[in-house]
Design a protein around this ligand. Structure first.
Ligand SMILES: [Zn+2]
Length: 524
């Protein structure tokens, strides 16, 4: 027994500084994209990855697990094993995977489509699909968004073969099975949850989507049967089209987004001041254009990178990232390093919960200062928009998950046909006539963030469950210190000392279930 404790304590002593340097180097490279920062990041990532690949230590962890360890030592061994397992593959194979991933990623970032004879990036393509009334221009933009698929498809298939080979050397069926196992996700349960998700969203989605189809046919002067993917507002129909959303931006004109976010977090009795002080939240040349939250040292140095402007989306983003941040600051003081972390599903649930607040009546009234009458008028539309957002998103997750499962089951299969079969089944989108192209490969996540989409779905479901629990136990979230206290006590404080599925059950009062999703989408 003392032996097992010594193994985890030694591993923590070795990993903690490497992790901190990797996080600092990552942060530096994201706030300022210089050659020097990129090199520092690469060095730190290699050092971290090498430490996790240590075969001797992995063997010691496996032995200690077999011998059985007590209380939190057993849990720390499990987490250590999950972190190390994927790196226990032949060195040659590991480097081939990393090189191919990097090369595909690079081709994605360099690729530009052509519309009207000019090069266009993703932002311009999205702008055309959101605004253009010219079907020819839309079709050209949509097709331009897919060209990168043909450029990388062979390599994405090769990546799937290599990942499968890696998984099999570790005794797993394929990469899909290995990924779920190391993320503590049960495959049968996932398959069942997705089937349930399909069942509870099919009817409300069909209803909403057929009304959307009529509006689109009207707008483009064609029959519903003639609608094709380019009539949708984004290349994959993964986002709510503008006409399904409520435009809250006029209310955010000139708003102090950071101040509002801070006021929101303080209103639930949690602290955001320290995070905000360390953060980098306004747009600037040479920094990452997206947003993330990072826990640098698991001892309180938590930072957010964002590019805020004065819109509703920016308020959502800032509160989403702070939702991750307050979680990281909420771990019990006495937790050891390995347990001072979060499961992806749990932290994403917290982030989604806080990020949803600026789209709700109580927040708009209490934090942004809308009159009760304005808020009253908005409420049913906000509820409807939230439901539509969940519907569009869950149908898209069903496509992605079924596709990736099939990709790893057989990387040599007819993936081009399968993709459109899934898109038409789940999203009710009619494929372009006679289309033969690897359109699936244009989705960058399949190449560089494999087998991940279901964590977003689980996170969204858990956020709904937490929301319901807070509503029934403390009456809501906005300006309720009891809400922050409940989250801190039941969700944040345990860190990873308990498995995520039990944590969710403890925090929300029920195991993960699609019931909350079924209720939420009924408002569409
Ligand atoms: Zn997030």
């Amino acid at each position: 027994m003392p032996d097992a404790r010594r193994i985890v304590e030694e591993a923590e002593a070795r990993l903690a500084p490497l992790s901190e340097e990797m996080n600092l180097a990552w942060w530096a490279s994201q706030v300022e994209a210089t050659e020097q920062n990129a090199k520092r990041r690469e060095r730190a990532e290699i050092a971290w990855s090498d430490a996790l690949a240590d075969r001797e230590q992995f063997a010691a962890v496996e032995t200690a697990r077999r011998n059985g360890a007590a209380d939190d030592v057993a849990r720390r061994l499990d987490l250590l094993r999950d972190a190390m397992l994927r790196r226990q593959i032949p060195d040659g194979l590991r480097s081939r995977i990393v090189e191919l991933e990097t090369s595909v990623d690079l081709r994605f970032s360099r690729h530009r489509g052509i519309v009207g004879g000019a090069e266009v990036g993703d932002t311009e393509i999205t702008r055309i699909l959101r605004r253009s009334d010219d079907p020819r221009e839309r079709r050209e933009a949509w097709e331009a968004s897919k060209i990168v698929g043909a450029v990388v498809a062979d390599d994405v298939r090769e990546l799937a073969r290599l990942r499968n080979e890696a998984a099999r050397t570790l005794g797993y069926r394929d990469w899909f099975a290995l990924s779920l196992a190391t993320d503590e996700l049960d495959e049968n349960r996932l398959v069942a949850t997705l089937a349930e998700t399909d069942r509870v969203t099919a009817e409300p989605f069909a209803r909403w989507n057929s009304a959307l189809g009529e509006r689109l046919a009207d707008r483009f002067g064609c029959a519903v049967a003639d609608l094709r993917p380019w009539h949708h507002a984004d290349p994959f129909f993964q986002e709510v089209p503008p006409d399904g959303a409520v435009d809250l931006d006029p209310y955010f004109d000139g708003a102090d987004i950071v101040g509002l976010a801070r006021r929101t977090i303080e209103g639930v009795g949690l602290d955001a001041a320290g995070i905000i002080e360390r953060s980098d939240v306004y747009p600037r040349d040479g920094k990452n254009q997206h947003a993330f939250c990072i826990d640098i040292d698991r001892r309180g140095d938590v930072r957010v990178l964002a590019n805020l402007v004065t819109t509703h989306e920016s308020a959502d983003t800032m509160l989403h990232e702070l939702g991750h941040g307050v979680y990281d600051l909420g771990f019990r003081d006495d937790l050891p390093w390995l347990l001072r972390s979060t499961h992806l599903v749990a932290t994403e649930a917290s982030a989604l919960l806080f990020g949803s607040l600026p789209g709700r009546r109580e927040w708009l009234e209490r934090i942004l200062g809308l009159s009760p009458r304005e808020a009253d008028e908005l409420e049913p539309r906000l509820r409807g928009a939230r439901a539509v957002q969940l519907l569009v998103f869950t149908r898209w997750v069903l496509v992605m998950n079924a596709f990736e499962r099939a990709l790893y089951a057989n990387p040599d299969g007819d993936l081009d046909a399968l993709w459109w079969e899934l898109v038409s089944r789940y999203q009710h989108v009619t494929p372009p006539d006679d289309r033969r192209a690897p359109d699936w490969a244009a989705k960058i996540h399949i190449a560089v963030s494999p087998v991940y989409y279901h964590t977003y779905l689980y996170g969204a479901i858990v956020a709904l469950q937490l929301d319901a629990a807070l509503e029934s136990e403390v009456g809501g979230i906005v300006d309720r210190a009891d809400a922050g206290a409940l989250l801190r006590e039941r969700l944040f404080a345990p860190g990873q000392s308990v498995r995520w599925d039990r944590l969710v059950e403890d925090a929300s009062g029920s195991p993960l279930s699609v019931e909350s999703l079924a209720r939420a989408v009924a408002a569409a």
